[in-house]
Design a protein around this ligand. Sequence first.
Ligand code: NAD
Length: 281
Amino acid sequence: MKNISIIGGGTMGNGIAHVMALHGFHVQLIDKNDAALQKAMQTIEKNLERQLQKNHINVDQKEMTLANIQCFNEISTGVASSELIIEAVTEIESTKMEIFRLADLHASPNCILASNTSSISISKLAEATKRPEKVIGMHFMNPVPVMKLVEIIEGKHGSKETLETIVKLTQTIGKTPCVVKDAPGFISNRLLMPMINEAILALQEGISDAKTIDDIMKLGMAHPMGPLQLADYIGLDVCHNILCILEEGFQNAKYHPAELLKGKIDKGKLGVKTGEGFYKY
Ligand SMILES: NC(=O)c1ccc[n+]([C@@H]2O[C@H](COP(=O)([O-])OP(=O)(O)OC[C@H]3O[C@@H](n4cnc5c(N)ncnc54)[C@H](O)[C@@H]3O)[C@@H](O)[C@H]2O)c1
């Protein structure tokens, strides 16, 4: 495998492009928005510089990584020579279905189509293509250059060959693959989001304040970050969307998002990205 296209140059897309290019792959980074592509390249350069300062990489690796990334606006041209496409656009099912349809239309027949979705069914995305056996989930964690896990999701139509290729690739880029079956929220968000929602419910009920709730999980359970602070980093809108997908997918009201979470979103307090969530930034 030499050529990898990443569709979506936001938080996750630029991180995935960074890691793939650093490991010698030729990356075609595709985003419909020029400003997003410019920002992605600036972020990658800044993050490479940080790795260089820490002696994690050398100057040649930094230059090679930047030279390995080419930017595109159109999926049709950006995926033409790819052997793997990783979709990392906004978490909206209809948007992703359309991207998978287009990627399938323009990519070579052997190309594998992966999604970085946090919660949308891989089997459903596969159904937008004529190659469902080549569709798989590659759920990277944020920040991608730092986090070791890639949750690999096997769709119900996926082939063993596709899975083996993606597991091997994940190891090649220095990450640890953990393979799970396709189910709402997979494993990571099925476990994480109910904990975050429960912390929000406890805050809403006045059981304690945000800092104390977070301290209990940090000091008592050795979590590096408390659930409310983590929710702020993920984005409260993103947490809300994933909880809705869990509630609908399992038809179970236990996943229903807390009122306080909805209230914060209505006020535009989405966490770190808007300067305020459960904390001020
Ligand atoms: N942010 C996280 O912590 C995190 C962690 C794991 C997985 N994810 C998943 O990764 C995916 C991307 O999330 P993100 O946080 O990087 O989002 P983001 O909003 O930072 O970036 C999304 C990018 O997709 C682009 N885009 C949207 N529609 C497009 C289209 N039709 N064609 C081309 N580009 C398009 C946007 O211009 C934007 O640059 C989502 O599925 C999300 O659930 C996010």
